[in-house]
Design a protein around this ligand. Structure first.
Ligand code: UDX
Length: 436
């Protein structure tokens, strides 16, 4: 099938490459010529495990262009995978989706299914249908379908090739048939529903996961006060298959391009409809304060950070990505810098993006040991495997004052039994062998 994909961010590019790997003839469209040139040479502009390899393997079935007319005019199916960033009031900015819709309307020369993969507020597919139909230049049939994306960064290729489910939201059976055909070689369960339900499935899923994280973070905060251990508590909860253990990792809150944006967007949508989503509002509030948890903890050890050397392990919002969007490091580092701390940071892939924000204010280190050498304090913001697998005795060996504040519970408390450091994590007893 001839498929065009609008937008080459995480959603668009991964979708395009995965569809090409299933022998569809795919053209990816973007306005950024630099990105198009890179991708045409087989280079992925984003860090995503397995993506470059799949791009190379599928190179005969995929092309990249800025020429949207050529890409859209003859396509059987067009996927829209452009961003829907957050506006100041929390609502979703749909300007990129509408821009693409306009370009599609002016380009179409044959019947086409237009699939909205971007996360859009409920009812957007209906509006886009009216918009495109009003702007069509030729007599062609267009069907609009909602097919939300559930990929997580760092596992985007696997999440697309082996998706937990493929949701097909349509108003006409013809559109469902064509999409079933597009996905015929994908081994995931497929569910056909109407467009508004498909749009809601995406938000309700993401917001539920965000809610789960905020819930466990609140329980973790209480565990610290009453002497319980969140790791044991969540393991005990997880034996109940109705609860499960997934997405119950306590930490310094969720970040990334989806949860923060999608919780606010659904909450905004509820308010717009004279309704209130109290649980989601609470999840947002808990997450906002949880991000500052480590800095608050640090105040137990130092009144202010002026003149201190602070090691930062992990800058990205989670491991497996170089994405910094809504990363907890971004709200903590300004506080430390403002206070006059000298920051030494390590991250295996996030440094280049960080340098765009802090080119000189931070000393970037090649290794974890370089970052912690001479430090008065160490913050762990991302649970990179390199951190989880390090020898905790290194903190004692290299730091000036070995105080480690772990926002991702990278280590078991037993690992600190004979190590002379302070280890303060989330929802667990502080390990303080320095003073025993
Ligand atoms: C998420 C959804 O998982 C995905 O299905 C959707 O399509 C897009 O949004 P992503 O943002 O890439 O994906 O990452 P995810 O792994 O879900 O993590 C999001 C944030 O939650 C991260 O900051 C992570 O550290 C945090 N998190 C996750 C926790 O704090 N605890 C957990 O148990 C799980």
């Amino acid at each position: 099938m001839r498929i065009a994909v609008a937008g080459t961010g995480y959603v668009g590019l991964v979708t395009g490459v995965c569809l090409a790997s299933k022998e569809h003839e795919v053209t990816c469209v973007d306005i950024d010529e630099k990105k198009i040139n890179l991708m045409s040479q087989g280079i992925s502009p984003i860090y995503e495990p397995g993506l470059s390899e799949l791009m190379r393997d599928s190179k005969d079935n995929i092309t990249f262009t800025t020429d949207y007319k050529a890409a859209y005019s003859g396509a059987d199916v067009i996927f829209i995978g452009v961003g829907t960033p957050e506006k100041k009031d929390g609502s979703a900015n749909l300007s990129y989706v509408y821009k693409v819709a306009e370009q599609i309307a002016e380009s179409l020369e044959k019947d086409c299914v237009i699939v909205i993969k971007s996360t859009v507020p409920i009812g957007t597919n209906d509006k886009i249908e009216q918009f495109i139909k009003a702007k069509l230049k030729r007599h062609v049939n267009v069907y609009i379908a909602s097919n939300p994306e559930f990929l997580a960064q760092g596992s985007a290729v696997r999440d697309t090739l082996h998706a937990s489910r493929i949701i097909i939201g349509v108003e006409e059976p013809q559109a469902a048939e064509i999409l079933q055909d597009v996905y015929k070689d994908f081994d995931s369960p497929k569910m056909v529903t109407n467009r508004r339900s498909a749009e809601m499935i995406k938000y309700a899923s993401n917001d539920f996961l965000a809610l789960k994280i905020s819930y466990v973070n609140e329980i973790a905060n209480l565990c610290e006060l009453v002497g319980a251990d969140i790791e044991d508590v969540t393991m005990g909860m997880g034996y109940d298959s109705r609860i499960g253990t997934k997405f119950l990792n306590a930490g310094i809150g969720y970040g990334g391009s989806c949860f923060p944006k999608d919780t606010k967007a659904l909450s905004w949508l509820a308010t717009f409809n004279d309704n209130e989503l109290k649980t989601i509002r609470a999840a947002i509030d808990v997450n906002e304060s949880q991000k500052f948890k480590l800095v608050k903890k640090a105040k137990k050890y130092y009144d202010d950070f002026s003149g201190l050397t602070v090691a930062i392990l992990g800058l990205t919002f989670k491991p497996g990505t170089d994405d910094l969007r809504e990363a907890p490091s971004l709200v903590n580092i300004p506080i430390l810098l403002e206070d006059g701390a000298n920051i030494k940071a390590w991250d295996p892939v996030g440094v280049e993006n960080y340098k765009k924000i802090y080119p000189t204010e931070i000393e970037y280190c090649e290794t974890i040991s370089q970052a912690i050498t001479g430090a008065d304090l160490c913050f762990i913001f991302t649970e990179w495997p390199e951190v989880k697998n390090m020898d905790v005795r290194d903190f004692e060996t290299f730091m000036k004052r070995p105080i480690v504040l772990d926002g991702r519970n990278c280590f078991k408390l037993e690992q600190f039994r004979n190590v002379h450091i302070i280890y303060d994590s989330i929802g667990r007893t502080r390990v303080d062998y320095l003073y025993i």
